[in-house]
Design a protein around this ligand. Structure first.
Ligand code: DAH
Length: 346
């Protein structure tokens, strides 16, 4: 009897089950009603008294071992069958969280797409600029208020009394890029320059010290104000819809003559008047004009031979009109609840 128990102990110790069926036949073989264990306990009754103690202990050891083996394989096999269920390929997929583009990026891309269909290239320039490219070559008079410390962030100023073309500053507009393009390239020039600009403004719903602009520049022989108007009309209709109308109001910029500001008919009310357009039916979206001959000459372009137009617009402002965003600060706070709303756009 003791030998039998010993041999079963070693068999059970080395037992392992790969499948549920293997484990089940192990259970029936050892733990079943007519199984080995039941049979041995039956035989135990006939064991001589002097062997009962030792045989009983060994038999209990065997029983415990069988039980433990069975439990171990039962839990491990049922865990792996759950795993198989987890990777069930017929199950519907988990939704994948997708991010969204920032509204400024969406609108910038849209502006670039529209102008590239008209043959405009994209050019970039530095954010840290000198006074020469931001002001002097753009025909700003030395005492122009835009050069004031209250409007411009200076990095290095030659003197605090007067401004100098060598002053280093953060560009206040992307018009500086048109200077850089003209300096290195002769006409025909047809380019747009998207970029970040900086102004020393108190942050509020309507003003921010950082924002984005797109500058446009077109220079060739015989470029006229009619070309400017037609280009802007095309852009406005692509951007705001086929029914959009534009109007140009006389304005002043040092770097253009004549200068104008352009309004588009309000898309929300169709020009009838609403609180978005302050009941005027029009929304101002950009500044523009014919490039001043002084600017062409300062950048090495013959103003007798060439003429051209320029325009500049704020991307945040366009996105505000497009998506009816009413606070500039939302663009910079990175609040996920705001950003998530642009998922449908691309
Ligand atoms: N640079 C101007 C600004 O920041 C915008 C602008 C107006 C750009 C007229 C132009 C232009 O090129 O012709 O307000």
């Amino acid at each position: 009897m003791l030998d039998k128990i010993k041999s079963h102990i070693s068999k059970v110790s080395s037992f392992s089950a790969q499948t549920g069926e293997e484990l089940e036949s192990f259970r029936i073989k050892y733990l079943g009603k007519k199984g080995i264990l039941a049979d041995m306990f039956e035989q135990f009754k006939n064991t001589p008294n002097e062997q009962k103690k030792e045989t009983g202990q060994k038999l209990n050891n065997l029983k415990q071992l069988i039980q433990e083996k069975y439990n171990i394989f039962k839990t491990s096999l049922s865990a792996s069958s759950e795993k198989i269920q987890e990777s069930d390929l017929t199950k519907p997929a988990f939704p994948i969280y997708s991010g969204s583009r920032h509204p400024v990026s969406i609108v910038r891309k849209e502006i670039i797409d529209i102008f590239s269909r008209l043959g405009f290239t994209v050019s970039e320039g530095p954010e840290i600029e000198d006074d020469n490219h931001v002001f002097t070559k753009l025909n700003f008079a030395p005492e122009h208020p835009a050069r004031d410390m209250q409007d411009t962030f200076y990095i290095k100023r030659q003197s605090y009394e007067d401004s100098s073309p060598e002053d280093i500053l953060l560009r206040t507009h992307t018009s500086s890029v048109q200077v850089r393009v003209m300096e290195r390239q002769q006409p025909p020039i047809r380019t747009i320059s998207p970029g970040r600009v900086f102004r020393n403004e108190a942050i509020s719903a309507r003003a921010h010290c950082i924002f984005h602009q797109v500058e446009g520049l077109y220079i060739d022989e015989n470029v006229s104000f009619a070309d400017l108007k037609q280009t802007l009309l095309f852009f406005s209709r692509e951007m705001f819809g086929k029914e959009t109308r534009i109007r140009l109001r006389p304005s002043y910029f040092p770097f253009t003559e004549p200068s104008a500001e352009m309004d588009v008919s309000c898309k929300i009310c169709g020009g009838k008047g609403c609180n978005i357009c302050k009941y005027t039916g029009w929304l101002e979206i950009l500044g523009c004009g014919m490039v001043h001959p002084n600017v062409l000459e300062a950048c090495g372009i013959d103003s007798k031979k060439y003429t051209g137009f320029a325009f500049g617009m704020g991307i945040e402002r366009l996105a505000m009109l497009k998506y009816q965003i009413n606070d500039l600060r939302l663009y910079f706070e990175n609040d996920i609840r705001f950003l998530e709303q642009f998922k449908a756009a691309f």
